[in-house]
Design a protein around this ligand. Structure first.
Ligand code: BJW
Ligand code: ZN
Length: 243
């Protein structure tokens, strides 16, 4: 692993175009639960069961309770060493794109600039009637929040299963992946499409691709480097001075 870290660090230091894809694992050390595994449980529900339009149609109060719980939790935490290291990397690389599946806002809080939020933003709400999107950082939006403009039911401005990603955001992400020399895939189970394909697209286009994850994923074998450990330990070592 030490050799892989040193080799990858050298490649990163020389690269003109670097793209990074992050998932819930990068925020785990900040205290934000991931989606899958034991960590992804909320009361008796799997987090992924609540992040669907069907769940919201069936029981919007339950889905809002889940999102209010996450808003409250995330409002109390901050970015960690891995988020910070990606800001430092952005400062060093001429063409840097950070693609995140996370909706927690911690990359922005850390100071990342060229950021593509594939699955939306927990701190924005959207009216289900007039489609207006509003930024609202209240930790608790109430039981069934309504639109100040038309009175329609508000929903989180995030992408649920079966919903399309913003085509402009996705297009930019695919372009950044395909044009990168080095791509890092950090803290994602690499299960959810289309995000999960981005690292493989970069690889197919000739990039050096590295996974940084606590454990092996279904994509580890396709990577040039699969480095297993905590993002908060590994990412700063890839970017920082020294070893
Ligand atoms: C650490 C760590 C530490 C922990 N350090 N690492 C092709 C084939 C099959 C199905 C589909 C397909 N194309 C589309 C689909 C359907 C579906 C899909 O992918 N389903 C799969 C489950 C099979 N995709 C969609 O529906 C997408 N829409 C779409 O494609 O529209 C067109 C279309 C529709 C239908 C059919 C075909 C086309 C939309 C996906 C939206 C995902 N939304 C969510 C919720 C967002 C809002 C919210 O946050 O509330 O996004 S679900 C959830 O999963 C969330 C995440 O962003 C996403 C990914 O999770 P992530 O980040 O990977 O987290 P985990 O928990 O899974 O993994 C954490 C990892 O971290 C683990 O590996 C740990 O080991 C690691 N780790 N601590 C380093 N300290
Ligand atoms: Zn409205």
């Amino acid at each position: 692993m030490e050799i892989a870290i040193q080799k990858l660090k050298k490649k990163l230091a020389r690269a003109e175009r670097v793209t990074v894809l992050t998932g819930a694992g990068i925020s785990a050390e900040s205290g934000v639960p991931t989606f899958r595994g034991a960590d992804g449980m909320w009361k008796n529900y799997q987090a992924t069961e609540l992040a669907t339009p069907q769940a919201f149609a069936r029981d919007p109060e339950l889905v809002w309770a889940f999102y209010n719980w996450r808003r409250d939790l995330i409002s109390k935490v901050t970015f960690n060493a891995a988020h910070q290291a990606l800001v430092d990397l952005e400062d060093q690389v001429p063409h840097f794109t950070l693609i995140t599946q996370n909706v927690d806002g911690l990359h922005l809080l850390a100071g990342s600039r060229n950021l593509l939020e594939l699955h939306g933003d927990l701190w924005k709400v959207r009216c289900t009637k007039c489609e207006r999107v509003v930024l609202d950082r209240s930790p608790d939006m109430g039981t069934l929040p309504t639109c100040a403009h038309c009175g329609g039911l508000l929903r989180p401005h995030v992408v649920w299963f079966g919903e399309s990603l913003d085509p402009d955001v996705l297009g930019s992400a695919v372009e950044a992946a395909r044009s990168s020399e080095v791509m890092l895939v950090i803290g994602t189970s690499a299960i959810v499409q289309p995000a999960a394909s981005l690292g493989l697209e970069a690889k197919a286009a000739g990039a050096t691709v590295a996974e940084i994850n606590l454990e092996a994923t279904g994509q580890s074998g396709a990577m040039d480097y699969a480095i297993h450990g905590k993002a908060g330990d590994i990412v700063p070592r890839l970017v920082g001075e020294g070893t």
